[in-house]
Design a binder for this molecule. Structure first.
Ligand SMILES: [Zn+2]
Length: 123
């Protein structure tokens, strides 16, 4: 399968999973801060509550980023896929020119048969 649509769908699905798993701890941590600020909790210092909020907040942010398509991360991953423009992810099959017809980025020539690919270790 050369079309990266499945990969983009998977990225969004992972983002949805991250958001789903982060909502509950985020709300709980935010509620703990509100209760602490209202003077209702004497157990945990407010600094700890804020620190406990940071992890689910980061997870929520990254999840939303992935749901929105993952931008740079997705382009970086798909740029390693043969036949796609590394800059704009345009499908280069049949394009044949030295530059991407969509964004004008230079297109590296395809490796010769039997030549090591970009992921192969040098001997
Ligand atoms: Zn391009």
């Amino acid at each position: 399968m050369s079309d990266p649509g499945w990969f983009r769908a998977l990225v969004r699905l992972v983002g949805l999973l991250l958001v789903g798993l982060a909502v509950s701890p985020f709300v709980a941590s935010a509620a703990r801060i509100v209760i602490n600020l209202a003077g209702g909790s004497q157990g945990m210092p407010i600094e700890w509550s804020v620190a406990w909020l940071a992890a689910p907040a980061l997870q929520l942010g990254f999840g939303v980023y992935l749901i929105a398509g993952g931008g740079m991360l997705t382009r970086w991953c798909l740029g390693r896929v043969q036949g796609r423009c590394a800059v704009c992810d345009y499908d280069l099959s049949g394009a044949g020119g030295p530059v991407c017809p969509e964004c004008g980025a230079p297109v590296p020539p395809p490796p010769a048969r039997g030549a090591p690919g970009p992921g192969d270790a040098a001997a």
